[in-house]
Design a binder for this molecule. Sequence first.
Ligand SMILES: *Cc1c(COP(=O)(O)O)cnc(C)c1O
Ligand SMILES: [Zn+2]
Length: 486
Amino acid sequence: MSVPPPSPSDFPARRAAMEYVCTGCASRHSVDELLYTCPECGGVLLLEDPDFDALAEAGPGYWRGLFDARRATRTTALRGVFRFYELMAPVLEREDIVYLGEGDTPIVEASAALAASVGRRFAFKNEGQNPSASFKDRGMAGAFSYLRALVRLHGWDEVLTLCASTGDTSAAAALYGSYVGEPIRTVVLLPRGRVTPQQLSQPLGSGALVLEVPGVFDDCMKIVEYLADHYRVALLNSKNSWRILGQESYAYETAQWYGWDLAGKSLFVPVGNAGNITAILSGLLKLRRLGILPALPRLVGVQSEHADPVWRYYQAPAGARRFEPVTVRPSVAQAAMIGNPVSFPRVRLLAERYQREGGDFRVVRVTEQAIMDAMLLANRHGHIACTQGGECLAGLLAAVEQGLLDRDEFAVLDATAHSLKFAGFQSMYFDNSFPPAYGVTPDPGLVNRPEAVMDEERKRALTAEEFTREAALAVARRAGLRGRSR
Ligand SMILES: *Cc1c(COP(=O)(O)O)cnc(C)c1O
Ligand SMILES: [Zn+2]
């Protein structure tokens, strides 16, 4: 392979002969077609650049230098998740790449007060600062860029995209679909009453066809799979391995943020359909293979007691592990409320590789109560963590308590979406109105509610000046303001 000098604004010239690789039977398939499962055994797929190891010839310094220089690029196609183009999907042309400002999210360290109350230094990576306010945009940038490449290749005049969702996948799919426009049309399937009002508003606002299904996410997923088997549709669930590629960028950005060295760090990730943790495993392994990372960090998946199939699997001793789907119960980590994760076979395969390469991979389990308390604690200290971000913090607290971390280990928690998407759970906590199935009781110390300064009737009885003075006095009294000294 010939290595051009690092010039951050040049679109890379090298194209790879990427292939789908089956996690079940290891068969390989061409990427000229959109495949979701293995045509031979039905297993889930991963995408591979068969010539990936040739990238190692340039040396880790070359790649670190190139990716660092590219942070200043003016080439739009390389400004988002494709800053790491060579590690992800080196089959796309520049004009295929869809960029809506995804990726490059900040890592915000916990304040001294929050770190003290948790007993650890740690940080949140704010995935809620993506355009549709969750990390799903990373994957959609990957999937829609590839779709555009396919449309160009085949000259298709209509492409119907379809996904089932716990809320954020459909928000992201609808956003990217509406941006790309013709010939793409977006259909999303949601479990009725199981996505938040904010999440529902997103695909509606983007103009997608939104279809509500009675049941939970797992029911929607079965319908989508049936449709994908019988009709011509582009599936945008994480069975679509192009999404996994896009989501690898989370791992690359985290490594880059810390100067390409994650030794002494652990990454906490909520696990639902397990696409995100698959992508992070895959991304970290690629960095290790090229020597860009000197060592693998600890990777900790977090699940709620109400949706814990992956935790159950790793809980069993190594020889006696068997995967069994679970029936989920209502969870505040609703975006991860999945009993039969599609990407589990990917996790099993990559986690084994991760451990062979000397990385520590584990899964911890937390209660619904711990998730809510942790989210509110974080948000009271300047974070924008959603319930799944709270789940990560609850996971950190559990890991500390179980002695799983080294003394000075620094944790990076994935705040997968913006807290605003899950404001309803905060309201239920503050109003003490959680249905019993959640098992959440508010800690009075974390509850906050608006208080009235004065009622309407009193206001009507006052002149404008009287109203201002009386209301100001009421505020001063309630807030404990002290008079100005003369
Ligand atoms: C999708 C999602 C998850 C779960 O990620 P998986 O890839 O399904 O494991 C967690 N948090 C948020 C906010 C999500 O949207
Ligand atoms: Zn197969």
